[in-house]
Write a protein that binds this ligand. Structure first.
Ligand code: GEK
Length: 242
């Protein structure tokens, strides 16, 4: 159903800014697995974490759901009764394809997809929320308000799963982690040209922050505990508990 990612395999005279459009949708599963160290582990554990935190009769949000990988994993593992998953994304191309994947899954758990900007959405009380590699695409000035509204919507005992690419204050650590990330991509078959063109296309839309900034902001937003449950090179996943 999807193709190998060759979007940046040939030299491009003018590199346009990275967008989640139809060509990206067609290669997305291959692109994300070969570009994000630990992506599959994060997705698999999202199902287990949702199982632990989801409460009976509650909502679960998958924010920036793309093709619905986190939603599919949660649907496989949830045991709480009468939960409903809502996936939000502002790319119509992503959601059109996500619907096809979700229809193939045999599950009694209701799952709806909505075309929406996660910064403008009216969140209802929920027990579990996933922001898997999405906050990094939100303009930094909108991040505090979004996280405060998510913390407000989160029921006591509920949680937010936040996975992000991070940056580092120590220049040596920054350089080493960047190089190791590029080694990871090279080991997954990307050429130096692909790595460099993708980097140029995405650097103004994917804005990483330090681990410490994420932890402090989640606490300031109203979560009571922030736990680092996964790290692989310059990618982390945090669990913020209300
Ligand atoms: C996964 N979570 O496979 N509102 C809604 N969606 C947005 C917004 C916004 N303001 N900005 C970006 N997106 C997924 C992977 S991908 C990460 C998430 C990546 C959406 C965008 O359209 C895209 O589908 C997603 O966030 C980011 O677990 O490609 O590195």
């Amino acid at each position: 159903m999807h193709q190998p990612d060759q979007l940046y395999a040939h030299p491009q005279a003018e590199l346009s800014q990275f967008r989640f459009d139809e060509p990206v949708v067609q290669v997305f599963p291959d692109m994300i697995k070969r570009s994000v160290p630990g992506y599959s582990q994060i997705i698999a554990n999202t199902g287990l974490l949702a199982k632990r935190f989801a409460q009976d009769n509650s909502l679960i949000y998958d924010l920036g759901c793309s093709l619905g990988a986190s939603s599919l994993a949660m649907r496989q593992h949830l045991v709480a009764s009468n939960c409903r998953i809502v996936g939000l994304d502002n790319s119509a191309a992503m959601l059109d394809r996500a619907r096809q994947y979700l229809e193939m899954q045999d599950s009694s758990i209701e799952l709806s997809l909505e075309l929406a900007d996660i910064c403008q959405y009216d969140y209802q009380p929920c027990s579990f929320m996933v922001l898997n590699l999405t906050l990094q695409f939100i303009a930094p000035e909108h991040r505090p308000d979004l996280l405060s509204r998510l913390a407000q919507a989160c029921l006591p005992g509920g949680a937010l799963l936040l996975s992000e690419k991070i940056c580092f204050t120590d220049p040596m650590e920054q350089q080493l982690m960047t190089e190791l990330h590029h080694d990871f991509k090279r080991a997954n078959g990307y050429s130096d040209l692909e790595i460099s063109q993708k980097r140029q296309a995405i650097e103004r839309v994917l804005i990483p922050e330090t681990l410490d900034s994420h932890q402090q902001r989640l606490l300031a937003a109203g979560f009571s505990k922030v736990l680092l449950w996964y790290r692989n090179l310059n990618f982390v996943s945090l669990l913020a508990i209300k």
